[in-house]
Design a protein around this ligand. Structure first.
Ligand code: GDP
Ligand code: CA
Length: 314
C-alpha cells in the first residue's frame, strides 16, 4: 500500500471542493487525503447518490458546472424530464451524465462493493491523484429538526430549499458507524489536518460524529487549521450563517471556531472579519485574515497557500 499522505482535509461539498482544488495547485496532490461527508447521501429514484463525494469528484476531475459548483458542466436533463412526465419525483436535479455515475455506483453497491472502493475507482478514472475517502462505508444520515418536524437532509436542503428554522441536527447511524478504510491512518499519520470552509453542522459535524474519527481528530498533536465559511459574517452560500445564529448564538468566526474548540489550533478568516481575531485568540485559536473568497482557480490557490502558511504560525 502506498504511503499515507501528510495532509488530511475534512470536507463537505462545494466550499470544500473549491478549497481542495486550491490545495492541489500548491501541494503534491498525491500527498493529500480528503475525508468527505456522507451525511447527505440518499437513495432517490432507485439511485445511490452521494452529493458531497460527487461534488469533489467533479471539481477535482475538471467536470463540474462552474457556476453551480455541483453537478456537471455541459449537462442535459432528458432523463429527469422523462421521469417527471411519468409522475416521477423531479425536485432533486439530476443531469443525464450525472445519472450515468449514479447508475454505476448503485450497481456496484448492490453487488456488495463498498462506497470507499467505488469512490477510489471513480477518482482513478477521472485522473484524480488526491486520495478521496468517504468518512464511513456504513449508513450515516443527517436529519434536520425544525418547528415543522424532522426532515432527512435532502428534503430540508433541496426540496424545502433550507428555509426552515433549524432547531437541532442529528446524525443517524453515526454512533455505530466505523471509519472507512484508511480514514484513521489518514488522520493519525497526517502532519497537518485541515478543516475546509464547509458548513460546520451539516458537512463537518457528521464526519466527526463517527466516534473513532472524532477521537482521532481530538487526539492529534499536529496543527489543525480551519478555513472559515463566513465572509463578513455571512455564508458565501447555503444556511451556515443561519445555523450558527440559531444553534451557536452568533454568526462569527469565533462561533465557527467554537464548533471545533476541542481540536482547532488555527483559523483562516476573511479580511472583512478581521475584528474577530481577538475573540479567536481568547479561544486559544491562532487566526489570520486574508481574502478567502474563492472566485476562481487562482483565488482557491491563494486560500490554500494561506492556510498552509498559517499552520506554521504560533
Ligand atoms: P455543500 O453545502 O455540501 O456544498 O458543502 P460545504 O459545506 O463544503 O460548502 C458550503 C459552505 O462553503 C458554505 O458555508 C459557504 O459559506 C462556504 N463557501 C462557499 N464558497 C466559499 C468561498 O469562496 N470561500 C469561503 N471561505 N467559503 C465558501
Ligand atoms: Ca453537502
Amino acid at each position: 500500500m502506498s504511503r499515507v499522505p501528510s495532509i488530511c482535509v475534512l470536507a463537505g461539498g462545494v466550499g470544500a471542493a473549491r478549497f481542495v482544488d486550491g490545495l492541489v495547485q500548491v501541494h503534491d496532490p498525491s500527498d493529500i487525503s480528503v475525508i468527505v461527508n456522507v451525511g447527505d447521501d440518499f437513495e432517490h429514484l432507485g439511485l445511490a447518490i452521494s452529493p458531497d463525494i460527487d461534488t469533489m469528484l467533479y471539481t477535482l476531475g475538471g467536470l463540474v458546472h462552474p457556476d453551480q459548483g455541483w453537478g456537471r458542466a455541459d449537462e442535459s436533463t432528458n432523463a429527469l424530464t422523462a421521469a417527471s412526465e411519468l409522475g416521477g419525483e423531479d425536485w432533486f436535479l439530476l443531469g443525464d451524465k450525472d445519472i450515468g455515475l449514479h447508475l454505476v455506483r448503485t450497481a456496484a453497491l448492490r453487488a456488495g462493493r463498498k462506497l470507499s472502493r467505488v469512490t477510489a475507482d471513480f477518482a482513478t478514472q477521472l485522473g484524480i491523484e488526491a486520495q478521496l475517502l468517504p468518512a464511513t462505508d456504513d449508513e450515516l444520515r443527517t436529519t434536520v429538526e425544525t418547528p415543522d418536524g424532522d426532515f432527512d437532509f435532502q428534503t430540508y436542503f433541496v426540496r424545502r430549499q433550507h428555509r426552515d428554522q433549524v432547531t437541532g441536527v442529528r446524525y443517524e447511524g453515526a454512533s455505530s458507524a466505523e471509519p472507512a478504510p484508511r480514514v484513521l491512518a489518514a488522520i493519525r499519520r497526517a502532519e497537518l489536518l485541515l478543516v475546509a470552509p464547509s458548513n460546520p453542522f451539516l458537512s463537518i459535524a457528521p464526519i466527526l460524529a463517527v466516534p473513532e474519527i472524532g477521537e482521532a481528530v481530538r487526539s492529534t498533536e499536529t496543527p489543525v487549521v480551519g478555513v472559515s465559511p463566513l465572509i463578513g459574517g455571512r455564508a458565501v452560500k447555503g444556511p451556515a450563517d443561519r445555523l450558527l445564529a440559531g444553534l451557536a448564538g452568533e454568526t462569527s468566526p469565533a462561533a465557527v471556531a467554537g464548533r471545533y474548540v476541542d481540536f482547532l489550533t488555527h483559523l483562516l478568516i476573511d479580511d472583512a472579519d478581521r475584528d474577530a481575531l481577538d475573540s479567536l485568540a481568547q479561544l486559544g485559536v491562532t487566526g489570520a485574515a486574508t481574502d478567502i473568497l474563492m472566485r476562481d482557480r487562482a483565488a482557491r490557490a491563494h486560500v490554500a497557500q494561506a492556510a498552509l502558511e498559517l499552520a506554521t504560525t504560533r
